[in-house]
Design a protein around this ligand. Structure first.
Ligand code: FES
Ligand SMILES: [Fe+2]
Length: 371
């Protein structure tokens, strides 16, 4: 049995901010979905680990991420998702930025009606931009700008999945307009959401419905340096009443029972099956508050046909129910970490090796020996 991460990793703001600095900031981290800002001028604010950020689609259609803070007095610039057309205007004193972050206008800065002032160079007061990368609709940021290439970060997962969905799989992903989003708020630390996703041990007791079609004994765990998680050997293609969705064309029929549910460390939880992919982005908001944003993607244009509407609705309901079942256990684990009669607990040797791997990974980054 391995000892698990102690309570204070889940219950203090100091630890939370240390994890932001030492785990999230130096590496590539997913913060959302490019499809949330499809058009030039679209903006989408994200509160990520107490950092106000905003995703922006600029006039050249390029996705950018900025610190969502005015360079004048620090007012939040964008408070709601929406479309701003050409500029982002601060609600406080109306300083205005273009969509590439340049400061364009500073009204009355030199006195009433005078929009310039000596010794103030607007070009030095553009929005602070953060390095971004996109992969299959997912938006990753590197806050320090010091991470090695995004390709190096993502290639182990790409290599792992290519034998499943082939080279064409990623290009065939389609996000339906309806029944493709799940939003959950948890009163729990982000790590508990990840840890719960990393094991199938709780399947029989927490997800009896899922366990009937995908029982605990048909699961393995996969561990690698950058991701880990469950592998199912009993995926049930076509469990709906209307047959099944189109499948990835390169996914071989003798692997139709295979499905994988890894966590790409630190905060991206994925599920790949022969006929769909889901991605749940874990967005830590504070040490005991976490948002989970999920998208369900299907295969090719055919999958968007109205004849699959009912099946898509059923699939969406299925995952919504499963993810909702996890909320109470994750929030209960958070409550347990207030106890003076418990300090992190232990991890079982067969069922929780991926959790142990994640704990080591966290420990290595924050300089604490775990286990
Ligand atoms: S704080 Fe934004 S214009 Fe003053
Ligand atoms: Fe679960």
């Amino acid at each position: 049995m391995n000892r698990a991460i102690p309570n204070h990793f889940y219950t203090t703001r100091e630890q939370f901010l240390e994890e932001r600095e030492r785990i999230f900031a130096p590496m590539w981290t997913c913060i959302g979905f490019a499809s949330d800002i499809p058009n030039a001028g679209d903006v989408y604010p994200v509160e990520f680990m107490e950092l106000p950020l905003v995703m922006v689609r600029d006039l050249d259609h390029r996705l950018r991420v900025f610190h969502n803070v005015c360079r004048h007095r620090g007012h939040i610039l964008v408070s709601e998702p929406g479309t701003v057309k050409q500029n982002i205007r601060c609600p406080y004193h109306a300083w205005t930025y273009d969509l590439s972050g340049c400061l364009l206008r500073t009204p009355h800065i030199g006195g009433f009606g005078i929009n310039e002032v000596e010794n103030f160079d607007r070009s030095e007061f553009g929005l602070n931009e953060i390095a971004t990368a996109e992969w299959n609709d997912l938006v990753f940021v590197n806050m320090t700008g010091t991470a090695s290439s995004f390709d190096a970060f993502i290639s182990p997962l790409v290599d792992r999945w290519e034998p499943l969905w082939g080279k064409t799989g990623p290009d065939l992903l389609r996000l339906p307009k309806q029944h493709s989003r799940i939003h959950l708020d948890l009163n729990a630390n982000w790590k508990l959401a990840v840890e719960n996703y990393l094991e199938a041990y709780h399947l029989p007791s927490v997800h009896p419905g899922l366990n009937r079609v995908s029982p605990l004994q048909d699961h393995d765990l996969h561990l690698s340096d950058t991701f880990a998680g469950q592998i199912s050997h009993c995926y049930n293609l076509g469990s709906g009443n209307d047959g099944h969705f189109p499948v990835f064309p390169e996914w071989s029929t003798d692997q139709f029972k295979e499905a994988e549910y890894p966590v790409l460390f630190p905060n991206t939880m994925l599920g790949i099956q022969p006929d769909h992919l889901f991605v749940m982005v874990v967005i830590p908001e504070s040490f005991d508050r976490t948002r989970e944003e999920t998208r369900l993607y299907y295969v090719g244009d055919e999958s968007l046909q109205p004849r699959f509407d009912n099946l898509r609705q059923e699939q969406h309901q299925f995952w919504s129910d499963v993810f909702a079942e996890d909320i109470s256990v994750v929030t209960s684990m958070q409550a347990g970490r207030a106890s003076t009669g418990f300090d992190g607990g232990v991890l079982t040797p067969f069922m929780e090796t991926a959790t142990a791997r994640f704990h080591q990974w966290v420990g290595e980054r924050v300089g604490v020996q775990i286990g």
